[in-house]
Design a protein around this ligand. Structure first.
Ligand code: ATP
Ligand code: MG
Length: 412
């Protein structure tokens, strides 16, 4: 992509109403646009990051047998009324002019998928199965001040699994947990598997995937010896307590919940009459689990973990582009060399943002490149061409190296 054609521009000053690092940097660099409090559009650069995260999630969901589907965002009220959740406080209700609300915007999809499953599941032979989607959720969060970490509209990957027994559910639950660990790892995040509270709709406790970060809204206790962790909201532990697993010292830390998995049991299948007949033709309720990841929250967490005073420092796997090729000065020779590099890199299937703009100084181009945060910068200027070279610099490193133009492809 040529930067001269990118319709977004970087902004020098962060918007005054944004306080979080992720919203300030992502807005300045042209990744997101705030339409209303807690409601953000993803611009071309931001959408590329979301697509990278989605691809990682899709690969890992496929690896545990998740079938992708896409459910509705507008839900008739009978769904939430069936489980007594119609009056949950964060739900956005939708009413026709002058009428009582008869719909809500999707805040979760357990009810929707459970009802769908009643049409297709009747025998133990139909189980187990797991299906997921990547879709918008709407929650009227009381204080949407953390940028993409807490949106009122946000993208979630939600997976639902269906089983004949609790034993089978928990086998899958562990598999999903492994898959989540991989997903966050691949996105550059170290996640901590954390015990969290259960509720009316779960068999017992749930588990969260927490990333240590001062910008987080959660507090967790993590054992410094064995890594066992609990969310403060349920925990009897305190800072310095002994770990209930190994006796090691437990430390209190701020963290961000990037994922949450729930052993649901039969609450939803009971509400919708989702039953199967077992080998003895006995009718039983299907046992369910659900598993969520916030895509925007993952993106925001990456920014909160990887930035410096100049801007974002994307890990390779989720960066909007792999290479930021920068042309400095517009003598015919520089232009010819940079254009050729751009073509060659594209031919080699590299994702390149090519700063071919004529009206920007070298200083402006470098500052913008640092703000946008693409992992590798390749610069072609009159000075580097004197030595038949381009200058390569990783965003995360201070040092640069000169590489012969003919060798650039080998080095990237
Ligand atoms: P939280 O405790 O942070 O409010 P939650 O436990 O209500 O979240 P879940 O229903 O478990 O959220 O949602 C699954 C995942 O969706 C979360 O782990 C998080 O990654 C993401 N998520 C939840 N709420 C939001 C939000 N308001 N904005 C962005 N992502 C969110
Ligand atoms: Mg949660």
């Amino acid at each position: 992509m040529k930067q001269s054609q990118l319709f977004t521009k970087t902004i020098k000053e962060a918007p005054k109403d944004e306080v979080s690092v992720n919203a300030r940097l992502l807005t300045r660099a042209g990744f997101i646009y705030k339409n209303s409090a807690g409601i953000y559009s993803f611009l071309p650069l931001g959408w590329r990051v979301i697509q990278k995260i989605s691809s990682i999630i899709r690969e890992e969901m496929a690896a545990i047998g998740g079938q992708e589907m896409f459910m509705t965002a507008l839900h008739d009220k009978h769904y939430l009324q069936s489980t007594g959740r119609w009056n949950v406080d964060v739900i956005f209700k939708v009413a026709e002019e002058g009428k009582e609300p008869a719909f809500n915007l999707s805040w979760t999809h357990e009810e929707i998928i459970t009802e769908i499953a009643t049409k297709y599941i009747s025998s133990y032979k139909d189980l187990p199965f797991a299906a997921y989607q990547i879709q918008a959720k709407f929650r009227n969060e009381p204080r949407a001040k953390s940028g993409l970490l807490r949106g009122r509209e946000f993208l979630m990957k939600d997976l639902y699994s269906f089983h004949t027994t609790e034993e089978d559910l928990f086998k899958y639950y562990d598999k999903a947990a492994e898959s989540y660990k991989k997903i966050f790892n691949r996105c550059g995040l170290d996640s901590i598997y954390t015990l969290a509270g259960g509720g009316d709709f779960t068999l017992n406790n749930t588990h969260e995937f927490q990333v240590l970060c001062d910008a987080g809204e959660d507090t967790i206790y993590v054992c410094e010896k064995c890594g066992y962790a609990e969310n403060k909201e349920i925990s009897k532990l305190g800072d310095g307590s002994k770990c209930p697993k190994c006796g090691g010292p437990v430390k209190e830390s701020k963290s961000i919940e990037v994922g949450n998995i729930f052993p649901l049991g039969t609450k939803y299948s009971e509400a919708f009459g989702l039953k199967f007949s077992d080998e003895k033709s006995e009718k039983k309720y299907v046992v369910m689990g659900s598993y969520g990841i916030g895509l925007g929250r993952v993106m925001a967490t990456v920014v909160e973990k990887f930035y410096d005073e100049k801007g974002i420092v994307w890990p390779k796997a989720v960066a909007p582009f792999e290479i930021h090729l920068i042309q400095i000065g517009d003598s015919p020779q520089v232009k010819k060399t940079a254009d050729k590099l751009y073509q060659d890199l594209q031919k080699a299937k590299k994702e390149v943002l090519y700063d071919d703009r004529k009206d920007k100084s070298a200083g402006e181009k470098f500052a913008e490149a640092d703000l946008i945060g693409i992992p590798l910068r390749v610069v072609a200027s009159e000075r580097t061409l004197e030595k038949n070279c381009a200058e390569l610099k990783e965003r995360s490193q201070a040092q640069m190296k000169l590489v012969k133009i003919t060798q650039v492809l080998k080095h990237v």
